[in-house]
Design a protein around this ligand. Structure first.
Ligand code: BG6
Ligand code: MG
Length: 213
């Protein structure tokens, strides 16, 4: 029998398709700086913090800037991203995600968010999802980004559970690595070839039963 007592969900790409908006905003920045940024390049940004994402993007463009300019570039990208998320609709929650969380709650499991994003609360509020979570750990609460396990360890701590009682749902390689380093079971959301270290991989939450835990 499963000993899982808590579920920790990543946000971008797991509960909501904001990965698309991150990509469009980074691509816009790259184009302004006069280089192209492909969806393939974007894969390595998933789950990675804003400033680290900028570093990866600038490497693709072969550019380097001082810290002040980098902060301004990241703020510029974030403004475009915030414009996108401020016009999101409730139906942009990924299929089956709400229902899965509702079933987990009904079964007595504790629910946490473990996202690197500093915009997580804006998204949860916009999509009326805030009440689904007992604990929200986002990019404003941690100092070390995934693949460091800090986000997930803090989420488990605030849920009052040992890491071994928690399962993490992640769409990013860096997130799967963070979950495994935290000593947690990890279910990848996406394609197995990209999430090889996850304990199991699901394409999304549609038709997924709690017995996956
Ligand atoms: C993660 C995303 O959830 O949050 C990354 O997968 C993003 O792509 C990171 O860079 C930080 O997000 P934000 O909203 O703080 O820029
Ligand atoms: Mg993600």
């Amino acid at each position: 029998m499963s000993t899982i007592k808590g579920c920790i969900f990543d946000l971008d790409g797991v509960i909501v398709n904001t990965a698309r908006y991150h990509y469009l905003a980074w691509k816009k920045l790259a184009n302004e700086l006069d280089f192209d940024f492909s969806e393939k390049d974007n894969e390595s940004l998933k789950g990675v913090s804003r400033m680290e994402s900028l570093e990866i993007l600038l490497k693709v463009g072969g550019l380097s800037f001082d810290d002040e300019t980098k902060l301004a570039l990241a703020a510029r990208k974030n403004q475009w991203y915030v414009d996108y998320i401020n016009s999101m609709e409730e139906d942009e929650v990924l299929p089956g995600a709400k229902k899965f969380i509702e079933r987990a709650r009904a079964a007595g499991l504790k629910i946490a968010l473990g996202s690197a994003s500093k915009n997580a609360l804006t998204i949860l509020n916009r999509l009326k999802l805030a009440d689904y979570f007992d604990v929200v750990i986002d990019g404003t609460k941690v100092s070390r980004a995934k693949p460091d396990p800090e986000i997930f360890l803090l989420a488990a701590h605030e849920l009052g559970l040992p890491p071994s009682d928690c399962v993490v749902f992640e769409d990013a390689k860096a997130g799967v690595e963070a979950a495994k380093k935290a000593g947690m079971k990890c279910i990848g959301v996406g394609i197995r070839s990209e999430l090889a270290d996850a304990d199991a991989v699901i394409p999304g939450f549609e038709n997924i039963d709690l017995c996956i835990l």
